[in-house]
Design a protein around this ligand. Structure first.
Ligand SMILES: C[S@@+](CC[C@H](N)C(=O)[O-])C[C@H]1O[C@@H](n2cnc3c(N)ncnc32)[C@H](O)[C@@H]1O
Length: 301
């Protein structure tokens, strides 16, 4: 990486104010502003802090009915996003004296092979959030703290000096990863859809749009200016089919951070809202989050 990283980010000069996992956003903003054109697509914990509250409220609403929610995550990185969602759900579980696994059933679809996805359970250090290039510096650095109000979802690993996701969350994810009926590794969402799929209460598909429907990694703003020769029909169909996987009353979460999108999720919003019938079938409940209306037939999409 360029000098900016080695001089400012790694030494902590620019990110010394970043102490909590939900503040990574600030580091990225600084990095992107100082090094235009840089691609930072690494998955982060609590990437969209607002999503956590929406998911927690959704689970809390559902807990009253006694039904478990089905969550589908498309494109998992190294589980940073799923761990963050589970940390939010655990808050609800704790409040009602329940276990995570009794509240949420998760499935995942991930293009990469099983062995190449290494669940990441540590929040890291205040310095070297992006690159731990200097192990000595890193050893001395303080641990990144969990977001406020998430205390029961984390513990401090004294040996490594980092805050980690609670054993219940780690065990949940490890159980999921080893269950081939739920964890579909080595499978694209396109292939998953082609097999014919049911619906889920929550479908999360973040920072995956840029890879879909043959857009390659050159995604700009697919509906306006996809890469030359891009097949937008194919792209639109995949996005529409993902939206169709959301049950009535369920949530669709879609953000995209690459050029053409923005960190408030509007890249994905532009794409979704351009799909015919989408706004008839979904209400927007927050940046990059939609709730499927009840009583609207599948045909509008
Ligand atoms: C940039 S990461 C985003 C991870 C996470 N959702 C987040 O926002 O932090 C994109 C992930 O999607 C996966 N992926 C890319 N194309 C895919 C496809 N067609 N179907 C399923 N997963 C895909 C990649 O392997 C990677 O794990």
């Amino acid at each position: 990486m360029g000098d900016f990283f080695s001089e400012k980010i790694v030494t902590g000069e620019e990110n010394k104010g970043i102490e909590r996992a939900d503040e990574y956003e600030k580091v990225i903003k600084v990095a992107v502003e100082n090094q235009p054109g840089i691609k930072l697509e690494r998955s982060q914990f609590f990437r969209y802090p607002n999503d956590m509250n929406t998911i927690a409220s959704f689970v809390e609403e559902r807990i009253q009915t006694g039904e478990k929610i089905n969550l589908l995550e498309i494109g998992v990185g190294n589980m940073e996003e799923l761990s963050s969602y589970l940390a939010a759900i655990k808050k609800v579980a704790d409040k009602y004296g329940r276990n995570l696994k009794d509240l949420v059933n998760t499935e995942l679809v991930e293009l990469r092979a099983k062995g190449s996805v290494i669940p990441n359970f540590g929040l890291g250090k205040v310095m070297g959030v992006f690159i731990n290039s200097d192990p000595e510096l890193s050893k001395k650095a303080p641990p990144v703290k969990p977001p406020e109000d998430y205390k029961t979802s984390f513990y401090l690993d004294e040996d490594e000096g980092v805050n980690k996701f609670a054993p219940e969350i780690q065990a949940y994810i490890e159980g999921l990863v080893s269950d081939d009926t739920k964890a579909h590794f080595g499978r694209s969402i396109e292939d998953h859809l082609a097999i014919g799929q049911g619906q889920s209460d929550v479908v999360a598909c973040n920072n995956v749009l840029q890879y879909l429907g043959g857009m390659g990694h050159t995604y700009q703003n697919p509906f306006n200016k996809g890469p030359e020769g891009a097949d937008l029909t194919k792209f639109k169909k995949v996005v529409r089919d993902i939206a169709k996987m959301v049950k009535e009353g369920g949530l669709l979460i879609m953000h995209v951070d690459v050029k053409g999108g923005d960190r408030k999720g509007r890249g994905a919003e532009n794409v979704l809202e351009s799909i015919e019938g989408f706004t008839s079938a979904f209400d927007k409940v927050g940046p990059g989050i939609y709730r499927r209306k009840v009583g609207i037939t599948q045909d509008v999409l």
